[in-house]
Design a protein around this ligand. Structure first.
Ligand SMILES: Nc1nc(=O)c2c([nH]1)NC[C@@H]1CN(c3ccc(C(=O)N[C@@H](CCC(=O)O)C(=O)O)cc3)C=[N+]21
Length: 283
């Protein structure tokens, strides 16, 4: 038996249709949800991601503004742009694409974004809201993972979830979201001893390391659900995740592919957060 795929493109299509419908309803009230995407420098991967985000906005009837700046932009100038976007009533969400050039303190820039417009969910106020269960924006990648579990009707209550990776953007918020749904959560990382002993006990595994073959078939309990957050290139230059997909799909009950899995869901949840930011203004 091979695992069922959780198709991030198909689920995104469905959710983006709902976003478009709600955006239409807001427009009838005179509000068009607006996202500002700020890109500093010429990282080629960032150029592609940012273009995808802007296109996704257009397709769902959201207004988007792409601001591109030279890699030499000063931190002060970027902070001034963020301050201006905070005040701009046509903008409900602000995304500053990471990574930023090394001379800019990324955390300082993130903290300058108004939490009401922090659709990436990276501000410490957003992180605090997630931790305490208060209303606030959730980081898009782990939020997308939760939607994928929801799409297969998966009940996390009492289940053991192992998150591999402890980044502020994926691993840590992922663990909190799973915990909020009553899972028993283990966070593994580069210093974890005997990872396999942990993952073999897991009902759900989320791989979010950024390294190929972090999770192989021998590490997976039969019937487990595997979510692959990785974005790597294989020897042929093809996009691949952290999971040995071909092997693990023989053991898991459900698995997300790369590409076409968590990646498109990240963009979808950005649209959802932007829409919700605009809806909150409309109340
Ligand atoms: N402030 C900020 N917010 C982010 O959300 C953010 C960021 N910075 N910096 C970079 C990462 C990366 N990221 C991706 C989103 C979608 C895909 C995606 O749609 N991937 C497609 C494939 C795309 C391709 O073919 O290259 C897929 O998995 O099917 C990938 C990566 C968002 N990021």
């Amino acid at each position: 038996m091979t695992a069922q795929m959780i198709d991030g493109n198909a689920l995104s299509k469905q959710l983006r249709t709902e976003v478009a419908t709600r955006a239409q309803a807001l427009k009838a009230k005179g509000i068009t949800p607006g996202l500002a995407v700020v890109l500093v420098g010429d990282n080629p991967a960032s150029q592609v991601y940012v273009r995808n985000k802007v296109k996704a906005c257009e397709d769902s009837g959201l207004h988007s503004v792409l601001e591109k700046y030279d890699a030499t932009m000063t931190e002060a100038d970027l902070l001034a742009r963020v301050a201006a976007l905070n005040e701009d009533p046509s903008i409900h969400g602000i995304l500053v694409q990471l990574p930023l050039p090394a001379h800019i303190d990324a955390q300082k820039v993130i903290e300058a974004i108004s939490p009401a417009k922090d659709v990436d969910g990276f501000h410490i106020a957003s992180a605090g809201a997630l931790m305490t269960g208060m209303p606030g924006f959730w980081p898009c990648t782990p939020y997308g993972c939760m939607k994928m579990l929801e799409s297969i009707g998966y009940d996390l209550k009492g289940k053991h979830a192992v998150v591999i990776g402890r980044s502020n953007i994926v691993g840590k918020p992922m663990a909190l979201m799973l915990l909020q749904k009553d899972a028993t959560v283990t966070v593994a990382h580069s210093r974890t001893q005997n990872l396999k002993a942990l993952t073999l006990q897991a009902d759900v595994v989320v791989a979010a390391v950024g390294k190929r073959n972090v999770l192989t078939a021998d590490m997976v309990k039969p019937g487990a659900v595997v979510l692959d957050v990785g974005m790597n290139r294989n020897d042929e230059g093809k996009l691949c995740g952290d999971v040995d997909f071909e092997g693990v799909k023989q053991v898991a009950s459900h698995i997300t592919p790369v590409p076409g899995g968590v990646g498109p869901m990240t963009i979808t949840m950005l649209l959802v957060n932007t829409l919700e930011a605009a809806e909150r203004v409309a109340i």
